[in-house]
Design a binder for this molecule. Structure first.
Ligand code: CMX
Length: 133
């Protein structure tokens, strides 16, 4: 894995969270994007070599809605950039980590993504992501 690509933060209200994080970081989000397959709306802030992704649910079935109901707003996942997501998925599966999808999915910000179940990573949801060239 190359680096932490972004940290995902689950929020209830994306507009309010955008205002707060714009003030906090001193920059505006560079992108807002809805990911229909994940039932989320996202916005991204570039902070040096890493990013902050704010995620709000677009419907009650969203993983973000469930997360906020259980744990409240806060850090939802850590995403690592990889060169070859297929190789990393195969490596992690062989190491015994539980992958949440058998092949990469298309995620926000022009990425192929795959999640690793938090119960196999000490309670932290991990995302692998690879830029789509
Ligand atoms: N971080 C840490 N723990 C988490 C978690 C998270 N983000 N989400 C759920 N959990 C924990 C729950 O607290 C619960 O723990 P306990 O068993 O101790 O109570 C356990 O995982 C099961 O949680 P659940 O509410 O019953 O939820 P599910 O099992 O239905 O789903 C998960 C959990 C991780 C498999 C699901 O949220 C998932 O598939 N996530 C990946 C997809 C996703 O998060 N998409 C939204 C973002 C997309 C994007 O970035 O574009």
């Amino acid at each position: 894995m190359k680096k932490v690509e972004h940290i995902g933060i689950a929020v209830k209200d994306i507009n309010q969270a955008n205002q707060i994080y714009s003030k906090l970081l001193g920059i505006e989000p560079y992108k807002a994007e809805e990911v229909e397959s994940e039932n989320v709306i996202t916005s991204f802030f570039q902070t040096g070599p890493n990013k902050i992704e704010l995620l709000a649910a677009t419907n009650p079935n969203s993983a973000i809605a469930k997360f906020i109901e259980k744990k409240g707003e806060g850090i939802h996942h850590i995403a690592f950039e990889v060169d070859n997501i297929y190789e990393e998925m195969s490596r992690l599966a062989k190491e015994g980590f539980q992958l949440l999808n058998s092949s990469p999915k298309r995620g926000a910000d022009n990425k192929l993504i795959c999640f690793v179940h938090p119960k196999t990573t000490q309670g932290v949801l991990i995302e692998l992501c690879q830029e789509i060239k």
